[in-house]
Design a protein around this ligand. Sequence first.
Ligand code: ZN
Length: 254
Amino acid sequence: MMWYVVSIVFGALVGSFLNVCILRLPQQESILWPGSHCPHCKHPIKFYDNVPVISYILLRRRCRHCHSPISFQYPLVEGITAIGSLILFMKFGSSLSYLFYFSFVCALIVITVIDLYHQIIPDVISLPGIGVGVLASLIIPQINLFNSLIGILLGGGGLFLVATVYQWLFKREGMGGGDVKLLAMIGAFLGWKAVILTILSGSLIGSITGIIIMVLKGKDFKYAIPFGPFLSLGAVISLFYQNEIIIWYLQHKG
Ligand SMILES: [Zn+2]
């Protein structure tokens, strides 16, 4: 029980760091220096005002100094990272698998939020992510090197399929090189079956979301919907349910 609490607290603290990455990586700023500061008045944030989720509530969503509103993104990312840490800990226990999959999920969270804001997927996350995924395949029992390498090839090559589907659905080119590298990273961590499942589930959820947005905002809606968040969501589904989905499919195909 106590370890569950530790995994939540650890997740929330890491989530706080992910917020720094989300803010600074697109600006090409250092993520380590200087310390956290208010994006409006630049006032440094003291450690007691930087407690994940709790400070946001105690400060009533405002900077202590300039009273500018604090984005809901901060507690949201901290909360999701904390929950992700707990769920992974419950699945993998205190193991290297937990650490590798947690860092994988953290990368997906940062990529998702940056892609939503800026429509880019930073190479500085996805490319080292491919390397970490290969390293994981050498160490953890859930995946082997061969599966990881085929996953990278399929993820990179899967661009053609995804680009075709996306263009057909949204009538515009929406795929970038960032999505390819993200898929390659997903393949490195989860293997080639998960790449297929990620493309299918990501496209499905993405097209449902696209249709809902078009209905709500009208057909002339021109905002390009970034694909990275849907691929990330598909990857999380694959991480937890790929075996169940594949077994279900094999039982129902004939
Ligand atoms: Zn401020």
